[in-house]
Design a protein around this ligand. Structure first.
Ligand code: ADP
Length: 401
């Protein structure tokens, strides 16, 4: 059975075609600059196969036509007919409070994704365009929506309510939603299968990439997470500031004659590692800078690690203890220095890593805690696309029965 996973952005579209029998990706690719001049499709297949096509695409439907052509091409394709694709799983940013689980897409689901445009103004419209493009070309193929917010919907009100007048929650839906939910859910499901851990284990998942978020999970369910109404809240990220005093927005807006929207754009796109290091949004470059003696870069690393460490402490307190800490995503999976700096000094709460194990692990799964660590510390590569494909498969199989 083959499942196509689609992640549509406003001018881009990523895809992966899974063979679900052995859970492998048989082809994947990226379409860029949809609706803009100089469009491009990059299609990868087999061991090292790569096909590139420069073509202008006026909308997502045209982009999807090119994707399907590439998938079915006699030269670089992997299927013979559209009918071989059993279902399509779509990544959707915001399901709000109405769509709290992955779901088969029907008119109601499309309507709710649209209703939440104000909560995900960049992503939800693009996600819906991706869904409609696929439906236009593959009208008989079942489609499933998998939401970035869904996993966090188990948070209790004490974790998701902001201390502002209730009318803003009740009328405008302003609350903590959290993101990266598919990644957190995937890791939460995998970690409790490890020896010494159980379904009831208290787990902190540190998804540390260009965008970063932490979650506190008990019984495989989210109790709290660091991102909020939007992905801007929480720890320092590549170009996002993370949490700060909201009065900063007003202060900068008045002093610099900027609108609130401009300030928030600055906090999303021109802040974080990039702004503090004055060098790069990429953690590797910040480390290089620090090694070269750049004080700004060293300070940036300190701010980053201190911020993540505070969430680890806070979530352990919120859960009344901790059984496992998992590092995932670009930084979490690949960078032993960042993992070491987050764990440093946390021996008092049972977190003790084995420096040799930590240094040896890059991009693969493994436990990095010392033999006598009370808390298991893991590195676990995330796989959001596989999680989307699994959900899609299980929903369409259930419906077919
Ligand atoms: P995104 O949020 O865009 O999905 P990723 O999870 O791919 O981001 O993480 C990307 C980030 O991971 C990069 O910006 C880089 O800072 C970091 N990263 C990747 N590899 C390494 C490494 N070996 N050492 C340090 N940082 C790394």
């Amino acid at each position: 059975m083959k499942i196509l996973v689609i992640n549509a952005g406003s001018s881009s579209l990523k895809y992966q075609l899974f063979e679900m029998l052995d859970k492998v990706v048989i082809a994947k690719g990226l379409v860029e600059r949809i609706g803009i001049a100089d469009g491009k499709l990059t299609h990868r297949y087999g061991e090292n196969g790569k096909f590139e096509l420069d073509v202008d695409m006026k909308n997502h439907t045209v982009a999807m036509e090119h994707v399907l052509e590439a998938l079915m091409s006699p030269e670089h394709g992997v299927i013979h007919s559209i009918d071989e694709i059993s279902a399509v799983g779509h990544r959707v940013l915001h399901g709000g409070e109405k769509l709290t689980k992955s779901i088969i897409i029907d008119d109601y689901v499309e309507q709710v994704i649209e209703e939440y445009f104000p909560l995900g103004p960049l992503h939800n419209p693009a996600n819906l365009m991706g869904i409609r493009a696929c439906k236009a070309i593959m009208p008989d193929t079942p489609m499933v929506a998998v939401f970035d917010t869904a996993f966090h919907q188990t948070m209790p009100p004490k974790a998701y309510l902001y201390g502002i007048p209730r009318k803003y929650y009740e009328n405008l839906g302003i609350r903590r939603y959290g993101f990266h939910g598919t990644s957190h859910r995937y890791i939460a499901g995998e970690i409790v299968k490890k020896p010494g851990l159980t379904q009831g284990s208290r787990v902190i998942i540190a998804h540390l990439g260009n965008g970063s978020s932490l979650s506190a999970c008990v019984d495989g369910k989210c109790q709290d997470t660091s991102m909020g109404l939007t992905p801007l809240e929480g720890v320092l990220m590549g170009t996002r500031s993370g949490s700060l005093d909201p009065a900063v927005v007003q202060f900068i807006s008045e002093r610099e004659s900027m609108t609130a929207t401009q300030v928030v754009n600055m906090l999303n796109k021109e802040s974080g590692l990039l702004a503090l290091s004055q060098r790069s949004s990429d953690m590797r470059d910040v480390y290089t800078g620090a090694e070269e003696g750049d004080k700004n870069c060293q300070e940036t690393l300190d701010v980053w690690a201190y911020g993540v460490k505070k969430y680890v402490g806070a979530y352990a307190a919120a859960m009344g203890g901790l059984d496992a800490l998992v590092f995932t995503a670009g930084i979490g999976e690949n960078d032993y220095r960042s993992r070491a700096s987050v764990c440093e000094g946390l021996e008092f709460m049972g977190i003790k890593i084995d420096a040799r194990k930590n240094e040896a692990l890059r991009g693969v799964e493994g436990m990095i805690s010392a033999e006598d660590s009370k808390v298991q510390v893991w590195v676990m590569p995330t796989n959001e696309e596989l999680a989307i494909a699994r959900d899609t498969l299980s929903l369409v199989t259930a419906e077919a029965q």
